[in-house]
Design a protein around this ligand. Structure first.
Ligand SMILES: *[C@@H]1O[C@H](CO)[C@@H](O)[C@H](O)[C@H]1NC(C)=O
Ligand SMILES: *[C@@H]1O[C@H](CO)[C@@H](O)[C@H](O)[C@H]1NC(C)=O
Ligand SMILES: *[C@@H]1O[C@H](CO)[C@@H](O)[C@H](O)[C@H]1NC(C)=O
Ligand SMILES: *[C@@H]1O[C@H](CO)[C@@H](O)[C@H](O)[C@H]1NC(C)=O
Ligand SMILES: *[C@@H]1O[C@H](CO)[C@@H](O)[C@H](O)[C@H]1NC(C)=O
Ligand SMILES: *[C@@H]1O[C@H](CO)[C@@H](O)[C@H](O)[C@H]1NC(C)=O
Ligand SMILES: *[C@@H]1O[C@H](CO)[C@@H](O)[C@H](O)[C@H]1NC(C)=O
Ligand SMILES: *[C@@H]1O[C@H](CO)[C@@H](O)[C@H](O)[C@H]1NC(C)=O
Length: 588
């Protein structure tokens, strides 16, 4: 008896602690990096039962976008589906019959980069299946499966290598059910884990990490919290409209942290509006979107940034390739020279600096016959959600959101460090205060990775790269793994609970656990963002609220289609159901 008690005591104690205050949970980072325009790291999860290993890019909301084994059947392009392909036939837990909502046709979607299609999809199907990682299970996760999901370029469509793990915003996504059955719910990841009391809030913190630079800084995705080591300097707080991370981009500049400038000037501002009188000092509205790879900016802005760079515009891909034989190339991408992005913040401006070293990415197969260093500015035509800063930018930025219970709360943007930073994650819960970093200096976080350009008079010793003490920057597995307590005794006694993860008390937010009722009275939530009741008769409401399905090609003239809506209009606060509907392009 005493023996049993002794066994149980710590179990119960730890269980109670977990119940009272679960800590944030890290989603494991992938062992591999992916292209064809990265390298990008992903996160690793298991989908279905038995679990199929999939590497997915974190990002998007509502259903996760999953590539199936059909993805590579119709293509000779190589590689294909390198992040793993899901075989629904092999899962015993999949529910692919209950949901009666089928977009049916094939189409293109512009996601947040309207105007020109960015993604093309075929046979989107909605299913529910279980998702597992780090010892937690999300049952009936909402999933969009495709027979084909591609990215659209001027010269054609290319299959995506990796699908997307959606990260909110609410608890359930509600679909019409088959026949006369009541509607059916698919669960969404952080909300479900909050209800399970596995994490302290319906939130996440993300740094895409740095894979372009060796040694890399691993991707960091925490649910219910964030890694404070991925925040450098001030944090900007914005309200979310419930489905994207929108903010005003006021300017883009070029600067040099120290040493000589590779350019004829030491710094330059005004690149955002350069050569484009319709961009005022109010800047343009942009969304930060980890499901997209590039910097989707006005053509005039890409032209202005590229003006002094040794790059060549590649019209087939609408991207710039670096001219590696130009002596400026190495100077620019190895020196402390950066692109600065100035955002409007409630209390002033926030500047995020992206060293050009991060913008020396690689276009590989099947996009290019051989690996080609490229600069990730892609000119788009503007539309309502037009301009987007994707993963290329997010290498330099921390993004977090606390969706709260309504899916509509606050999101956070901050400078992320370079690779010379804390090797262990410093996880914190999202509480009612805004996230904060550790006061590390941004320039320090790049120490050892930069070669300053010496002034003409300086001694040549300055040229040698400082060999900083850079050990392994991979997250130590032991640091992130909790103590899993399982086994027959625990399972038998703590009924229904198989694995407890013990975590130190981290000042969680127990109130959040109790207030999981969705606030239906909040009129600012667009109708489609309430746990969405999808209307089968409306072919335009997609699984991913950002998907505005429409037919079209790169050469479409979206400006005229859209009727001249100013692209600087940024729908952060005023979004209503009305304006959500206006996302749909006319004629469909
Ligand atoms: C998965 O399904 C395919 C056919 O759909 C089959 O060939 C394969 O053996 C299955 N794998 C497992 C592990 O069941
Ligand atoms: C998952 O969905 C099925 C219907 O597809 C339902 O019967 C089951 O109760 C759900 N499971 C949970 C844990 O909600
Ligand atoms: C589906 O989810 C919504 C919102 O989370 C909830 O109000 C509704 O009761 C759920 N439906 C079922 C059948 O559980
Ligand atoms: C989500 O849906 C599930 C299954 O329908 C339901 O049991 C649960 O109560 C819903 N959660 C919320 C927060 O409405
Ligand atoms: C100039 O900026 C406006 C507003 O963002 C945009 O619609 C237009 O396409 C830009 N012009 C060029 C040439 O990029
Ligand atoms: C961008 O503008 C240049 C002229 O400034 C033009 O030649 C080019 O076709 C434009 N590119 C796109 C994609 O609109
Ligand atoms: C690349 O740079 C080299 C050296 O400056 C120059 O000679 C060459 O013309 C450039 N190539 C292109 C395609 O611009
Ligand atoms: C630039 O990118 C290429 C691959 O596209 C890579 O081989 C090279 O090492 C990179 N240069 C630097 C300084 O990171």
């Amino acid at each position: 008896m005493a023996c049993l008690f002794l066994i149980l005591l710590p179990l119960l104690h730890q269980s109670l602690l977990s119940l009272a205050s679960p800590g944030p949970l890290q989603v494991p980072t992938s062992n591999r990096v992916y292209g064809p325009d990265g390298p990008w790291q992903a996160v690793s999860v298991q989908l279905g039962s038995p679990g199929q290993n999939l590497d997915l890019y974190p990002g998007g909301i509502f259903s996760s976008n999953i590539l199936t084994v059909k993805q590579c059947q119709g293509t000779s392009l190589d590689p294909c589906g390198s992040g793993g392909l899901f075989n629904p036939d092999n899962s015993t837990t999949i529910d692919d019959t209950s949901i009666k909502y089928d977009l049916g046709s094939n189409g293109t979607s512009s996601l947040s980069t309207d105007g020109k299609p960015v993604f093309a999809y075929s046979n989107e199907t909605f299913v529910l299946d279980q998702l597992e990682f780090q010892g937690v299970t999300v049952t009936n996760h909402s999933i969009s499966m495709y027979s084909e999901l591609q990215m659209v370029y001027p010269d054609g469509n290319y299959s995506l290598q990796v699908g997307f793990l959606s990260l909110g915003p609410v608890f359930n996504q509600t679909f019409p059910a088959a026949g006369d059955n009541p509607s059916i719910n698919g669960s969404l990841i952080p909300g479900d884990l909050l209800v399970q009391n596995r994490i302290p809030s319906n939130s996440f913190g993300l740094h895409i990490g740095i894979s372009a630079v060796t040694p890399k800084l691993d991707l960091s995705l925490w649910l219910g919290g964030y890694d404070a080591a991925r925040i450098v300097g001030p944090v900007s707080t914005q309200s979310t409209n419930g489905y994207d991370f929108a903010i005003d981009l006021l300017d883009i500049g070029i600067g040099v942290d120290h040493g000589e400038s590779p350019f004829s000037y030491s710094s330059q501002q005004g690149l955002l509006s350069d050569g484009n009188s319709s961009i005022t000092s109010n800047g343009i509205g942009v969304t930060i979107d980890p499901t997209t790879p590039y910097l989707y900016l006005p053509n005039s802005t890409c032209t202005a940034i590229a003006k002094d760079l040794p790059v060549i515009y590649n019209g087939d891909k609408a991207l710039y390739t670096w001219n590696t034989t130009d002596p400026q190339y190495n100077k620019i991408i190895t020196s402390p020279t950066y692109l600065s992005f100035v955002f409007r913040e409630s209390t002033g401006n926030l500047t995020i600096k992206a060293p050009f070293q991060l913008l020396n990415l690689t276009l590989g197969a099947p996009l290019m016959p051989e690996d080609t260093p490229y600069f990730p500015c892609q000119p788009t035509q503007g539309f309502r959600y037009s301009y987007t800063l994707g993963r290329a930018f997010m290498q330099a930025a921390f993004v977090g959101v606390n969706w709260a219970t309504t899916g509509e709360s606050e999101w956070f943007l901050a400078q992320a460090p370079g690779p010379n930073t804390f090797t262990e994650p410093q996880s914190r819960s999202f509480t009612n205060s805004e996230p904060a970093g550790y006061g590390q200096e941004w320039a320090d976080s790049w120490k050892g990775y930069w070669t300053a350009i010496p002034s003409p008079t300086a001694s040549s010793t300055m040229m040698s790269k400082t060999a900083a003490a850079i050990s392994s920057h991979h997250l130590a597995g032991g640091a992130i793994a909790g103590i899993a307590i399982g086994g027959a005794i625990a399972a038998a006694i703590v009924a229904g609970i198989c694995i407890w993860r013990f975590r130190r008390k981290k000042g969680g937010n127990p109130e959040a656990v109790q207030s999981i009722e969705l606030d239906q009275s909040n009129k600012r939530i667009p109708s489609a963002l309430q746990p969405i009741e999808l209307d089968i008769s409306n072919k335009h409401i997609p699984s991913h609220p950002l998907l505005s399905h429409h037919q079209g090609t790169w050469s479409d003239s979206p400006g005229s289609e859209i009727g001249g809506r100013p692209s600087t209009e940024c729908p952060v606060n005023e979004l209503s159901g009305e304006s959500y509907r206006s996302l749909e392009l006319p004629g469909h």
